[in-house]
Design a protein around this ligand. Structure first.
Ligand code: GLN
Length: 464
């Protein structure tokens, strides 16, 4: 049997009705993954499927898990030489919840090292390749999770999103990428990059799959004091859905992306969406700068734990202290080192006020601006990425241009809002994604809106 035509919801239905067997399903995705991995490089570690059934909603179904989410007994590398042989002694709360609902880990997916990147090229295990065209990047940092779903190497995947890491690769691979409200899914066991911005998200084939898994893994966790309970009542969106479109943000995107975006707007308008044009969001011009200041500052403190004493491989203790630390920290890749250095600089005396505190102010203003737009609209609609996927290696000499590609995805992270990327078209055979940003804590409502938008775009999975 070939499962590529089905989303996860369909597959679970087939298992329940007896037309498919869970052992065959897991076997099929595993086999496909082993066949394709040399080409796509979606997985760092693959787990042989267990030949047993399981209770719970997911019935034993295995999905891909980004390699910065702790999995007990399974190597968790963060795509870094620093954690190359790290095997966690405990499960992240999401994994525990996944297992409690009958879910399993199919493999640990490739990513940008410590989730720092937008293209999937910053991995110590080599870049992930875009299943749509293997010369192109998948987007990052959840590159392997998106590629696995797009290439039928997993029925769904967990990723993480700090400034777009679930939505960017979803946009570049033609999959769904959902980043929930900050705190809606526990971060316990997620290896930290920038705590105040990041969270676990989902990569799936359909919006309904994202909703199904989200319900199973979300909720307050006593092990993560920033986690929250969100309302799960599934109220259907009103007949007419109003979307705020921020004109100033759409201006900077390439012609190809803006063409797809324009035609997606017509499709939405034909399907009971009302488009409200919004002139601008105050503070939006500084959002990308503020994001990188805050992210690097938090990264520099978080990553100081990899000193070869508490975390990271133990080195040669016969050397002096400085050499010992320097040797162990040399295991970080170039991008990670650059961010630690930038973050340390930004937090040092005199610069802290100039950069870090100002970035926090921008963040606060932006949060208020979003709040006021969302008072008058059900969601905000934007392209996900301002550009199409680029060729692997093409931008490696120009990190600034890669940072700039995050301009549309970082804002919901700064404001803590839920956001989702859905496929809206194709250019030169490469997918284009559109992004819906919802109200704080209204994740289920956003998913219902996204489902309607997915239908308006003629989403592949039509079964209800
Ligand atoms: N590209 C952004 C960064 O490098 C976002 C990454 C992410 O969301 N983890 O920080």
């Amino acid at each position: 049997m070939n499962f590529s035509r089905y989303d996860l919801t369909d597959i679970l239905d087939m298992i329940r009705s007896g037309s498919a067997d869970i052992i065959d399903v897991n076997e099929w995705f595993y086999r496909k993954s082993t066949e394709l991995n040399a080409k796509i490089n979606a997985y760092i570690t693959l787990i042989e499927p267990a030949a047993s059934k399981e209770n719970g909603k997911l019935g034993g179904l295995a999905i891909a898990v980004k390699d910065n989410i702790s999995t007990m007994g399974i190597r968790t590398t963060c795509a870094s030489k620093m954690l190359e042989s790290y095997v966690p002694a405990y499960d992240a709360t999401v994994i525990e919840k996944l297992k409690r609902n009958g879910g399993r880990v199919l493999g640990k997916s490739n990513m940008d090292e410590f989730a720092m990147g937008s293209s999937g090229e910053n991995s110590a295990f080599g870049p992930t390749r875009n299943p749509r065209n293997t010369e192109y990047v998948t987007g990052g940092s959840s590159s392997g999770s998106a590629a696995a779903v797009a290439a039928d190497m997993a029925p769904a995947a967990l990723g993480t999103d700090t400034g777009g890491s679930v939505r960017a690769p979803a946009s570049f691979t033609g999959t769904i990428g959902f980043k929930p409200t900050y705190g809606a899914i526990s971060r316990y066991g997620l290896i930290a990059y920038a705590n105040s911005l990041e969270g676990v998200g989902l990569l799936t084939k359909s919006v309904r799959d994202a909703k199904l898994i989200f319900r199973l893994i979300a909720g307050k966790d006593r092990l993560d004091s920033t986690s929250i309970n969100i309302a799960f009542n599934d109220e259907q969106p009103r007949e007419k859905i109003s979307l705020g479109v921020v004109k100033s943000l759409v201006k900077g995107v390439t012609k190809e992306v803006s063409q797809s975006f324009e035609s997606s707007i017509s499709k939405l308008e034909q399907n009971n969406f009302i488009i409200n044009e919004i002139k601008g969001i105050s503070g939006i011009e500084q959002a990308l700068n503020a994001y990188y200041v805050i992210a690097c500052a938090e990264a520099s403190t978080n990553l100081s734990r990899y000193d070869g004493i508490r975390y990271g491989p133990k080195g040669d203790i016969s050397t002096d202290w400085k050499t010992y630390i320097a040797n162990s920290r040399s295991k970080f890749g170039k991008e990670v080192k650059a961010r630690i250095i930038m973050g340390t600089y930004l937090l040092s005396k005199g610069y802290y006020e100039t950069y870090y505190l100002r970035a926090l102010q921008v963040r606060k203003n932006l949060t208020y601006a979003f709040e006021s737009i969302l008072k008058g609209n059900d969601a905000i609609y934007l392209p996900t990425m301002p550009v199409l996927p680029w060729k692997i290696g093409d931008k490696l000499d120009d990190p600034m241009s890669i940072y700039l590609s995050d301009v549309l995805t970082v804002t919901p992270n700064l404001a803590g809002l839920p956001a989702i990327s859905i496929p809206i078209g194709e250019k030169r055979g490469l997918p284009v994604g559109g992004q819906l940003i919802g109200k704080y804590g209204n994740d289920i409502a956003l998913l219902s809106i996204a489902r309607r938008a997915e239908h308006a775009m003629g989403g592949k999975i039509k079964n209800e």
